[in-house]
Design a binder for this molecule. Structure first.
Ligand code: NI
Length: 138
C-alpha cells in the first residue's frame, strides 16, 4: 500500500486489495512533534496523524476547514473568541478562515482530516512548517 493509504489495484481483477490501517502502529512511526504524517486519502482529503507537545503557531487556512480528532491525551485549541478543550474521542472542525493555535500541555496524539491542498501552518511559514511532500514521507 502506498504511504497515503490509497488502495492498490492488483492489475488483474480491477478490484482493489483493501487492508486495515492500524492507527497505533502508524503513531509508532512518528518520532517528531508537530510533524504530520499522511496515513490515508479520502477523495480530496488526507487523513493524517501527528504527535503534539507544547504550543504551535497562530494561523488560518483561508479556503479549507480542518478536523482535529484527539486519539490520546488532551488538546487545547486557542481561537480568538476563546479556547476549545478536546479529550480522547472528541473532535472539532476548525472552519476555513478562522485563526487557531493548538496547544498541548502534555503529549497529545491527534488525527487530522485536511484537504490535500491545506498548508501546514496556513499563511504563516515558520521553522516548524512541514510541506505536503514531507507529510507524505517523500
Ligand atoms: Ni491549522
Amino acid at each position: 500500500m502506498p504511504d497515503d493509504g490509497r488502495p492498490v489495484d492488483d492489475g488483474h481483477s480491477g478490484v482493489a486489495m483493501l487492508t486495515p490501517t492500524d492507527i497505533e502502529s502508524q503513531f509508532a512511526a512518528v518520532t517528531a512533534y508537530w510533524s504530520p504524517k499522511v496515513i490515508g486519502r479520502v477523495n480530496d482529503q488526507y487523513v493524517k496523524i501527528a504527535r503534539l507537545r507544547g504550543e504551535f503557531v497562530w494561523h488560518a487556512h483561508e479556503a479549507e476547514d480542518e478536523l482535529f480528532l484527539v486519539v490520546r491525551g488532551r488538546l487545547r485549541i486557542q481561537f480568538e473568541d476563546g479556547d476549545v478543550e478536546l479529550g480522547p474521542g472528541q473532535f472539532v472542525v476548525v472552519p476555513r478562515g478562522v485563526r487557531h493555535n493548538p496547544v498541548a500541555a502534555e503529549e497529545c496524539w491527534v488525527m487530522l482530516i485536511e484537504t490535500v491542498t491545506t498548508q501546514h501552518t496556513g499563511e504563516v511559514v515558520t521553522s516548524r512548517t512541514r510541506s505536503i511532500a514531507e507529510q507524505l514521507g517523500e
